[in-house]
Design a protein around this ligand. Sequence first.
Ligand code: ZN
Length: 58
Amino acid sequence: MPKAICPECGVDVEIPEDALVGEIVSCPDCGLELEIVEIAGGSVKVRVAAVEGEDWGE
Ligand SMILES: [Zn+2]
């Protein structure tokens, strides 16, 4: 099972084998929504998904 590191709390987040770049996963620890930005072998990079505050635009 590929894993990513939550940028907020640093825990391992398990990524489904069939996950795709752009998919959103939730951190099991802090609940943060993470967007998959890169999948390379067993290593997955994620960033915080900007789901909340979409209407906060300047
Ligand atoms: Zn987290």
